[in-house]
Write a protein that binds this ligand. Structure first.
Ligand code: PRP
Length: 179
């Protein structure tokens, strides 16, 4: 089995500071409204929990689970939701919350899907915008961090379901012969 090493990319302090800033920005922009924040499971759980608890406006929250990454999600024009939102979003302000945007396919399809349901508005908030593999243009309204490349884990992000529970974010590297 291949070995991997983790290199710290974003400390828990960096993450928490940026999440508070995003929450402040969203609270200001949505003052006087009660948006619905929709988290895309599973990777988003910690970001979502920290973000919503730093908001100063009333909100509702719900979750979507897109069918697993790979077959069926990238080639077809639609995305299969293995868990859909349960709140009616018609006429509401919606903010989709996601841990990472990579190719952009998941978010663009989920946004299209939600827009067909007649919400007042749909915006996107992501913790990490990773541009290396972008395949489709997605407009990110709120972004925590931009990174160019690398496989990252921690704070909800996984590699084969491992590392999600870590409070910091790391770059995962394959061990070389000299490591
Ligand atoms: C990851 C991530 C996004 C998606 C981004 O989810 O949480 O949902 O991939 O990739 P894309 O921009 O290339 O579409 P994944 O399907 O790995 O599920 P997870 O959230 O349970 O880790």
């Amino acid at each position: 089995m291949k070995g991997y090493t983790k290199e710290l990319l974003l400390s828990r302090e960096d993450i928490q500071k940026r999440v508070r800033e995003l929450a402040l920005e969203i609270s200001r922009d949505y003052q006087g409204t009660e948006p619905i924040l929709i988290g895309i499971l599973n990777g988003v759980i910690f970001f979502f929990a920290d973000l919503v608890r730093n908001l100063t406006i009333p909100i509702k929250l719900d979750f979507i689970r897109a069918a697993s990454y790979g077959a069926g999600t990238t080639s077809s024009g639609t995305i299969r939701l293995s868990k859909d939102v349960e709140i009616d979003i018609r006429g509401e302000h919606v903010i989709i919350v996601e841990d990472i945007v990579d190719t952009g396919l998941t978010l663009s399809k989920i946004k299209d899907n939600l827009e067909k349901r007649g919400p007042e508005s749909v915006k996107i908030c992501v913790l990490i915008d990773k541009r290396e593999r972008r395949e489709t243009q997605v407009n990110i309204d709120y972004c925590g961090f931009h990174i160019e490349e690398g496989f990252i884990v921690g704070y909800g992000l996984d590699f084969n379901e491992q590392y999600r529970h870590l409070a910091d974010i790391f770059v995962l590297r394959e061990k070389g012969p000299s490591d």
